[in-house]
Design a protein around this ligand. Structure first.
Ligand SMILES: *Cc1c(COP(=O)(O)O)cnc(C)c1O
Length: 491
């Protein structure tokens, strides 16, 4: 038997062809990274704008890449890679750019992508431990480390998902399973008005009506209003409803506010509710001293969702739902068994992931986090998170000195989000214009958001591993110049 490509197996590449393909892809990635470092690409080709004409360039690219015909003839992979890196790359918003400060940045450490690549290339089956005990262990180690990072003890466990939205979905399933005896039609889930929309999707995907999600207002710090929460729960009980799930947000996407998790945990316990902490944004900041203080009480949550593709700088597709008690996850996702699978022999040491989450066949996810965490050690990640907090504080201090600008401090800096607007009451349109002016310089990409009492404001989130002091100084220059341009234009 030969390892060379043979006519009977036209889909199989020879070792040389594999090497050439991987090498060519790697060279493209290295060239892209160098281009980004030399700032040859803008942080975004589009700006936050209500004017949809601004999105034409991206729309045109999308149209030009449309292929209705099935590819019948094969194409040389060099041509295909060129198409990916030239045509598909230069448009839209560039998450890999060091100046990406919009939404919640996702740095995408290449080490993580290599872990992912290996996992897919070896293509082992991760559904039951017996199929890949070694890889199951690697993924379980990552889950254990995530639990430890969030302050959970020995009984905790979790499940790696492709995103935080799915982790939130699994959390609501756990909450409903824990309240199986209650009338599902009268179950209530509580979130704050600053909670992520995925909590409402999670609830409706779990079979609840959107109206069963009760939205509680926020206090002056944009954290859940505890007084309103208590009276709402009492009123709901009086009306014959069943409070089943309370969600605290550990880092709202909008302002980085962290709910009073310790008090929410107590309320949930007193009321017999499942307490879920949505820590998709802020969770891993618990690795820092400041973050640990900010997230106080999170370890009391029944479940926690975290996005390693946010606060661990990894590529998109690595998140987790963590649970304080492993059995609760098992109860929600246990499969009844299938004759064609080897006997389920789940034991504390050896978990069948298929019994702890919604999926069966899937890629091994653990390597995406395992490789970078083992290569660098956790302190390197903690230091990077500390640096982001320092940079956000530095930015806030410097912006408060920029003429014509007003720093909006909805709360003390908890997570690296900085919010500002033009001084005086200049209105939404002018602030939107400021955001566009800043972004159009190409160095950074930020967006606006709406805050009650402040209207439209500009928002910066510093969470890219490549965002350093030089990038922030550039941002400050770009902001100051843009404010001058705007105000100059007015005279
Ligand atoms: C990003 C985010 C989510 C959703 O996570 P995805 O990984 O994008 O699905 C949920 N909650 C919060 C607070 C987030 O910041």
């Amino acid at each position: 038997m030969t390892h060379d490509r043979d006519a009977a197996r036209p889909l199989e590449l020879s070792a040389e062809e594999v090497r050439a393909l991987v090498k060519a892809a790697t060279e493209h990635l290295i060239a892209l990274s160098a281009k980004l470092d030399r700032r040859e690409l803008p942080a975004s080709y589009v700006f936050d704008s209500l004017n949809v004409n601004r999105y034409d360039e991206g729309r045109n690219v999308s149209y030009s890449l449309r292929e209705d015909e099935l590819p019948h003839a094969g194409t040389d992979f060099h041509v295909l890679l060129q198409q990916v890196f030239d045509e598909a790359m230069s448009n839209g918003t560039l998450h890999p750019h060091p100046g990406f400060m919009a939404h919640i940045p996702s740095g995408g450490l290449i080490q993580g992508a290599v872990g992912d690549f290996i996992a897919r290339a070896v293509n082992r089956f991760a559904g039951v431990w017996i199929a890949a005990p070694g890889f199951q262990r690697i993924e379980s180690n990552v889950i254990r480390w995530f639990c430890t990072m969030l302050g959970y003890g020995a009984n905790s466990f979790g499940y790696l998902t492709t995103g935080g939205s799915l982790a939130n979905f699994m959390a609501v399933r756990c909450a409903l399973t824990a309240h199986e005896d209650d009338d599902r039609g009268r179950a209530v889930v509580y979130v704050s008005s600053e909670a992520h929309f995925s909590m409402i999707k999670a609830s409706t995907m779990s079979g609840l009506r959107a109206a069963q999600v009760h939205v509680i207002g926020v206090d002056e710090n944009y954290g859940m209003d505890l007084t309103e929460l208590r009276s709402r729960i009492a009123a709901d009980r009086a009306a014959g409803l069943y409070p089943v799930c309370l969600t605290g947000t550990a880092g709202t996407t909008n302002t980085g506010a962290v709910d009073d998790l310790a008090t929410l945990a107590r309320i949930a316990r007193d009321e017999g509710m499942w307490f879920h902490a949505d820590a998709c944004f802020g969770g891993f900041f618990r690795l820092t001293e400041r973050g640990k203080a900010t997230l106080r009480g999170i370890e009391e949550a029944d479940s926690i969702s975290v996005d390693a593709h946010k606060s661990l700088f990894l590529p998109h597709g690595i998140s987790a739902l963590l649970v304080k008690e492993r059995s609760r996850l098992g109860e929600a996702f246990q499969i009844p068994g299938a004759a064609y699978l080897p006997g389920f022999a789940d034991e504390p040491e050896l978990a069948d992931f298929a019994s702890y989450g919604p999926e069966l066949s899937r890629e091994i996810r653990g390597l995406t986090a395992w490789l970078p965490l083992k290569m660098h050690g956790v302190p390197a990640f903690a230091a990077a998170l500390d640096e982001k907090l320092d940079l956000a504080q530095y930015l806030a201090n410097r912006l408060s000195e920029v003429d014509g600008l007003e720093l909006v401090r909805p709360h003390a800096l908890q997570l690296p989000v900085v919010i500002f607007k033009l001084g005086g009451d200049q209105g939404s349109a002018r602030n939107a214009e400021l955001c566009e002016l800043i972004c159009s310089r190409g160095n950074v990409y930020l967006t606006t958001t709406e805050l009650p009492e402040h209207g439209l404001v500009l928002r910066v989130c510093i969470l890219h591993h490549k965002t350093d002091r030089a990038v922030v100084d550039q941002l400050i220059d770009d902001i100051a110049c843009s404010v001058r341009t705007l105000n100059g234009g007015e005279i």
